[in-house]
Design a protein around this ligand. Structure first.
Ligand SMILES: *[C@@H]1O[C@H](CO)[C@@H](O)[C@H](O)[C@H]1NC(C)=O
Ligand SMILES: *[C@@H]1O[C@H](CO)[C@@H](O)[C@H](O)[C@H]1NC(C)=O
Length: 508
């Protein structure tokens, strides 16, 4: 038992697990390496979030899609069971839309999305949010982090005072294909890398702005969390490339933000032991042991993976995650998304209300999803992306910074799995024309209301924010600070010194 049952780690956004033996995995055929094995693990880890999707991926059969000519089928909807009103605005006055986009470069794939018009102004920026996993629905963030509503235990919806739709026109997309309500009639549409992911999202954005031309002039920002530390830079680069080549509709990309993301694995995996030691979850002897035995193997494996490997990338995933799993063996039952917390029994978070809510007939009718299942997290999508995991997505970022597109990296300070230290290190190590100035810039308090909500470093288009009193999911743990962060960042005033001084200037 001890050798065969791996420690894996549940994750919403990142699901890591540890392989007992790399050779036993490589000996099988790729791309199904460790397929049964990782499927069992991925399923178990999804259970640890108290999620029980009926299907492991949304692939449906027996449909004839050539009958649907439209690229986008969208409807305005109103969730049932909404309690209370939002300062006089009735939900009928707000544009809440749910839709399907027929993915252009696919066999038979449909991408599901929500679009919430801003509670403030249609002129607010358009912001897209991407949840990680890989393979988890963006509705996890929509209801537990930064969407317009929260789900009460009795299945009522309550307005979220700090929903990001207060300052932006907000999109949530279920992706990669097979996740959430997104589906395909053909398994070949399952994506394996960031080319597939970013092209689908780019095609979706083209169709979205064609459907909503009144928003195409607005500023546009890409945001998300965790494994989206891969998706976001890839999508930003894809949009920028499309703009430069005058492909389709110009998308007014102003910036991209990653919360507790995985972007540069070589640096971030190496930072695990330092973070764990600093935070007192491992002892010095464990630290030295892991650094000596596990870290060098991981470094070598990642080098082999590079930016475009396949089998070597899968191998490095298994090698490197032994660092994480060994730390967890020493750390015990802590919640690696928030080391101040414990996982109780098998449960690290309880997101079961999401499935309960989304599976209600009244909700499904309101959204127009027909008989499509809701796959909260997909094991198949997760496994399909394993070859992508260890790729370094930092490499495309400097070119975006040089062209003035802003990047915000933020991280809740108590998250282990995508900890702030590893993120801070790759941001500092990134080579671009403003690197020296960024490195030399002073860390200043990020003040929200009367208190310090984090520490901010910035220069030019680049900002790094360490968020206090938060774990992996910053908008869930610090909703007010997260909304303030988004608002200031999209207004270009994040790095201006805090509230009081601003007020002074305003009073003058
Ligand atoms: C789907 O519908 C189109 C248009 O009616 C038809 O030409 C095609 O043969 C159908 N395909 C299948 C697989 O039934
Ligand atoms: C459901 O719970 C919410 C929040 O606790 C409450 O405001 C609402 O009245 C409840 N609805 C019903 C029908 O009990």
């Amino acid at each position: 038992m001890r050798n065969s049952i791996p420690i894996y780690v549940p994750s919403l956004l990142l699901v890591l697990f540890f392989s007992p033996s790399l050779s036993s995995l490589i000996s099988r055929d790729l791309p199904l390496v460790g397929s049964d094995y990782s499927s069992v693990l991925a399923t178990k880890l999804i259970r640890e979030l108290n999620l029980f999707p009926k299907e492991d991926v949304n692939v449906v059969h027996g449909r004839n899609y050539s009958l649907e000519p439209k690229r986008i089928v969208e409807k305005r909807f109103r969730f049932p069971n909404l309690v209370g009103s939002e300062s006089g605005v009735s939900v009928e006055d707000l544009g809440h839309h749910a839709g399907y986009y027929k993915i252009e470069h696919s066999y038979a794939a449909r991408m599901f999305y929500f679009f919430f018009e801003s509670r403030n102004s249609k002129k607010d920026p358009v912001v897209i949010w991407l949840t990680g996993g890989p393979g988890c629905s963006s509705e996890l963030a929509m209801f537990y982090e930064n969407g317009p509503f929260r789900i009460a235990d009795n299945m009522s919806l309550l307005w979220n005072e700090y929903g990001w739709d207060k300052v932006s026109n907000l999109l949530y997309v279920d992706q990669p294909i097979g996740t959430g309500f997104s589906y395909s009639a053909d398994r070949h549409d399952i994506r394996h890398d960031e080319d597939g992911v970013s092209n689908d999202l780019y095609d979706f954005l083209q169709a979205f702005f064609a459907e909503h031309p009144e928003y195409a002039e607005n500023d546009f920002y890409i945001t998300g969390e965790s494994y989206a530390g891969h998706y976001i830079p890839a999508l930003a680069a894809r949009v920028h490339r499309g703009n430069k080549a005058n492909e389709g509709i110009h998308i007014n990309l102003k910036g991209f933000a990653i919360g507790n993301g995985l972007t540069d694995p070589a640096i971030q995996y190496k930072a695990y032991t330092d973070y764990a030691l600093d935070m007192g979850i491992i002892q010095k002897a464990d630290y030295e042991h892991i650094n000596k035995l596990k870290v060098p193997a991981c470094e070598m494996a990642i080098k082999l993976c590079g930016t475009d490997g396949t089998i070597t990338c899968m191998a490095s995933y298994f090698v490197c995650n032994t660092i994480f799993s060994t730390i967890m063996e020493h750390a015990g039952d802590i919640n690696y998304y928030d080391i101040r917390k414990k996982c109780e029994g098998n449960l690290c978070y309880d997101f079961s209300n999401l499935e309960k809510f989304m599976n209600q007939q009244s909700v499904r009718d309101a959204l127009g999803v027909g008989d499509i299942d809701f796959v909260s997290c997909s094991t198949t999508v997760y496994q399909a992306m394993l070859v992508d995991w260890m790729r370094n997505l930092e490499v495309g970022i400097p070119a975006l910074l040089e062209d003035g597109i802003s990047l915000l990296i933020y991280a809740g300070e108590y998250d282990l799995i995508c900890n702030w230290l590893g993120n801070s290190r790759w941001v500092h190590a990134m080579e671009w024309s403003g690197q020296k100035e960024f490195v030399a810039s002073a860390e200043v308090p990020f003040v929200v209301g009367d208190s310090e909500a984090g520490l901010l470093k910035s220069h030019g288009p680049l900002s790094f924010l360490k968020v206090h009193d938060a774990g992996h999911m910053v908008p869930m743990d610090q909703p007010k600070a997260a909304l303030e962060m988004l608002n200031k960042w999209t207004q270009g005033s994040l790095s201006e010194v805090g509230g009081d001084q601003e007020k002074l200037v305003a009073d003058m």
